[in-house]
Write a protein that binds this ligand. Structure first.
Ligand code: GDP
Length: 195
């Protein structure tokens, strides 16, 4: 897949406000600060399409991006940020939960984790949910430029173990800095578009 045109379409704060669209949707999920915006910007080759920030948890909406009129990339709110009131956390969880459970246009999820660390409790919860849902998903372990080649193999093992992944699962390392793994993300999007 080549992405030539990616445009912001709409932010959705309540599930009921999701747009009535024909095109399929691919959701991008991950904890705050994991590098989700950087990944989206990298694969769409735009510097500021998704807002990157060091203030995790700022985005509380589902952000819709129109990709070449072919599909919508839906940037889910980052989860797992500690210094957020419980009520706000609950609202995010409900929005993400409702979207993932009920959205008929949703054909796949790109689940982003940090390649340097053991997956968090929330990462595990997300992946367990994906595994139980039957939805297609790709696990992307980002910021791989920050670890050595030796450590990569070790981290992959740890991630597979912690998230109960098997050889059947789609997994790639990624770096928004070097572009490593972009090809795998494009291939996964191509695969989804053929479903
Ligand atoms: P988000 O909150 O998940 O959207 O995370 P951001 O994309 O805003 O990234 C959080 C921080 O990690 C920023 O300082 C980014 O520059 C940095 N970052 C994101 N991806 C990478 C990567 O692949 N490599 C490196 N070295 N830093 C990254």
């Amino acid at each position: 897949m080549q992405i030539s045109n990616a445009e912001f379409y709409k932010s959705v704060y309540k599930y009921e406000d999701c747009p009535r669209l024909q095109q399929p949707e691919v959701a991008f999920s991950g904890r705050s600060n994991v590098g989700k915006s950087s990944l989206i910007n990298r694969i769409t080759r735009q510097k500021k399409l998704a807002r990157t920030s060091n203030t995790p948890g700022r985005t509380q909406s589902l952000n819709y991006f129109n990709i070449d009129d072919k599909f919508y990339l839906v940037d889910l709110p980052g989860y797992g940020f500690a210094n957020v009131p419980q009520k706000v956390k609950d609202d995010w969880a409900e929005l993400i939960d409702t979207y993932l459970n009920y959205r008929e246009n949703l054909i796949g999820v790109v689940q982003i984790i940090d390649s340097r660390h053991k997956p968090t409790k929330d990462d595990k919860m997300m992946v367990e949910w994906l595994q139980a849902s039957g939805l297609s998903y790709l696990i992307v372990a980002t910021k791989v430029d920050k670890i050595s080649n030796n450590k990569k193999a070790k981290q992959k093992k740890l991630i597979y173990k912690e998230l109960s992944l098997t050889r059947e699962d789609n997994f790639t390392f990624f770096s928004a800095q070097s572009g490593e793994g972009s090809k795998d993300v494009y291939e996964y999007l191509d695969f989804l578009m053929q479903l």
